[in-house]
Design a protein around this ligand. Structure first.
Ligand code: AMP
Length: 121
């Protein structure tokens, strides 16, 4: 499967579709999920064109990988839920069919603002 330039997050990255932006740097863009599952539900997406975490791990540069992981931490800090606040959060990366991935552009969900409950339903 090759990367689909018409996926909705690619359109957001190109500025063709608006988003409620939280944070942006060279490696990541973060914005509120349009259909929040918890009080805080945001997405952290790679700036690079990667389909999922496997594609990213196999093909991204070390700088991109570090930039994404640090980006999640920066977003958590900006939202005031990083572990040093005593709150915390859950990140989820859905991957391909069994993972239930809907948008084929690498993204992490960040869920918080309340106890997010059991890990799987
Ligand atoms: P996934 O199933 O991991 O691919 O999750 C895709 C997520 O993207 C879902 O939680 C959707 O609610 C969210 N989503 C889809 N379109 C948009 C959009 N235009 N802006 C923000 N979030 C979106």
């Amino acid at each position: 499967m090759s990367y689909d330039d018409n996926n909705i997050f690619a359109k957001i990255l190109r500025g063709e579709i608006p988003c409620k932006k939280i944070y942006e740097d060279e490696y990541v863009l973060s914005f509120h999920d349009v259909n929040p599952q918890k009080k805080i539900h945001v997405l952290v997406i790679s700036k690079g064109k990667y389909i999922d975490l496997d594609d990213f791990s196999s093909n991204a540069s070390n700088d991109e990988i570090v930039g994404l992981i640090k980006g999640i931490n920066k977003v958590a800090k900006k939202l005031g839920v990083s572990s040093d606040t005593g709150q915390g959060y859950r990140t989820i990366a859905n991957i391909s069919t069994f993972g239930g991935q809907e948008v084929p552009h690498l993204h992490f969900h960040l869920l918080s603002g309340e106890n997010v409950g059991k890990m799987t339903q």
